[in-house]
Design a protein around this ligand. Structure first.
Ligand code: PLP
Length: 455
């Protein structure tokens, strides 16, 4: 090694500002450099192997070395590395992907609009609904309602939909007109003795009262992840979505399903909307859409929403919205191949089957003195750690136990994520039985370490 050349770690500390990282602490501890991936594993620059129990960022459905995805990207790069969709232009991969998404959608959808990320997609949804409501003569109908602890992204508008303090503190968001109702987490927010159904009734009543307080004519849409991901893998209480949707329909409020994590098999069905009985007017997909081999997201809108947008763009002579990378040919080609593989290899069914193993395996930790709740659906779950199971109190400040356990898991060769004191699991859809067992065993070791640490 050239002694005068700084190492990668030194260069990183010098010049990279990392997302979701304590920038000051990073100056001291530097990065963990991940060098390569193989199947469900990634390897650091020292050759240490980690089971990626989070699929990267809830997204690498097919694992880290899928040759077909690599070939799809290469072929498209050789044929047409870039073209755009502005001014009536198109190319085969984006057309075919839009067609495929409409075919897969759990409810009739009309049009697909592509973006590069989930945040941009949610920004786009808000703008499209504002645009459409102006077109249909409802210019006051502009507010959005989402939930506390929701995650919809980090651009100015999507961070306003998000309901997590970390994404809002210090950033001057949420913008006006973005309202948040209660988080549907029974374990944390139900009253003593309240059943899941009663809790769902209360949340639907709260939504209705917010709508009436603001005036139904001012509320454009209700926004929700079918199952909340980054907020802690929150599975809604029974009957929740039926009741929420009934309130929305009563007041002519659109329902937007943010399927960025749930989409493409994560919950054991193709979409989280199917798992939870949601009939959205607008859907947002990303992440497992391309297994994150390429950055891409998409919004699907129904015919009613499209008609307003079409009228408005016709009146103005153009739809003044779009990204250079909207429908990028390489990203759409990779996403198409990714969906082909998910279908051919029956990975949604496989995820349901492996999901049962994961959920049953984690449930075996439910009686552990440090475990408050085990929850999840399909191949996504969380274990919430507590210091006291009766009071549900954390140990010291929230996040202390979570951080420690995730650190131990990493030491034992598994990457998970601590969201506060909830440890998330979201292994690739291609995980085998043995790999799911390794997730469970490694979690068990990290939990035992945590118990020892406290004694
Ligand atoms: N929506 C949901 C449900 C997400 O989980 C995420 C990212 O984790 C986003 C939106 C934002 O996507 P991106 O990070 O691609 O902007």
């Amino acid at each position: 090694m050239n002694p005068s050349k700084p190492s990668l770690v030194e260069q990183d500390i010098l010049h990279q500002l990392h997302p979701y990282t304590d920038a000051r602490l990073h100056q001291e501890i530097g990065p963990l450099i991940i060098e390569r991936g193989e199947g469900v594993y990634v390897f650091d620059d020292q050759g240490k192997r980690y089971l990626e129990a989070m699929s990267g960022l809830w997204s690498v459905a097919l694992g880290f070395s899928n040759e077909r995805l690599i070939k799809a990207a290469e072929q498209q790069l050789r044929k047409l590395p870039f073209y755009h969709l502005f001014s009536h232009k198109a190319h085969a991969p984006s057309i075919e992907l839009a067609d495929k998404l409409i075919e897969l959608a759990p409810v009739p959808m009309s049009k697909v609009f592509f973006t590069n990320s989930g945040s941009e997609a949610n920004d786009t949804v808000v703008k499209m609904i504002w645009y459409r409501n102006n077109a249909i003569g409802k210019p006051a109908k502009k507010k959005f309602i989402s939930r506390l602890n929701a995650y919809h992204g980090i651009t100015t508008v999507s961070a306003s939909l998000t309901g997590l303090p970390a994404n809002q503190r210090g950033f001057d968001v949420p913008l006006p007109g973005f309202l948040h109702v209660g988080c549907p987490h029974h374990y944390r927010y139900a009253k003593p003795g309240e059943t899941e159904e009663q809790f769902a009734d209360r949340l639907a009543a709260e939504l209705e009262s917010v709508i009436l307080r603001e005036g139904p004519e001012t509320i454009a849409a209700f926004y929700g992840e079918p199952l909340m991901g980054a907020g802690g893998v929150i599975v809604p209480p029974r009957t929740y979505w039926d009741k929420i949707q009934a309130v929305c329909r009563k007041y002519d409020i659109l329902v937007v399903a943010d399927e960025v994590i749930c989409g493409f098999g994560r919950t054991g069905r193709m979409f989280g909307s199917e798992t939870f009985g949601i009939e959205p007017d607008v859907m947002v997909v990303s992440k497992q859409l391309s297994s994150s081999y390429q950055p891409i997201a998409a919004i699907l809108i129904n015919e009613e929403v499209f008609q307003g947008i079409a009228d408005q763009s016709h009146a103005f002579g153009t739809l003044g919205h779009g990204f250079t990378g909207s429908g990028h040919p390489v990203a759409t080609a990779v996403a198409l191949e990714n969906i082909r593989i998910i279908e051919e290899e029956r990975l949604v069914e496989h995820a349901a089957e492996m999901g049962e193993l994961l959920q049953a395996g984690l449930a075996r930790f439910a009686d552990h003195p440090l475990v408050g709740e085990v929850r999840g659906r399909g191949l996504i779950s969380a274990v919430e750690l507590v210091a006291d199971r009766t009071t549900k109190a954390p140990m010291g400040s929230v996040g202390t136990l979570g951080r420690y356990l995730a650190g131990r898991a990493q030491e034992h060769g598994m990457i998970t994520r601590a969201m506060g004191d909830s440890i998330a699991f979201c292994p690739p859809l291609v995980s085998t039985k043995a790999e799911i067992q390794l997730v469970l065993d490694t979690f068990g070791r990290a939990l035992a370490d945590t118990e020892r640490w406290l004694s």
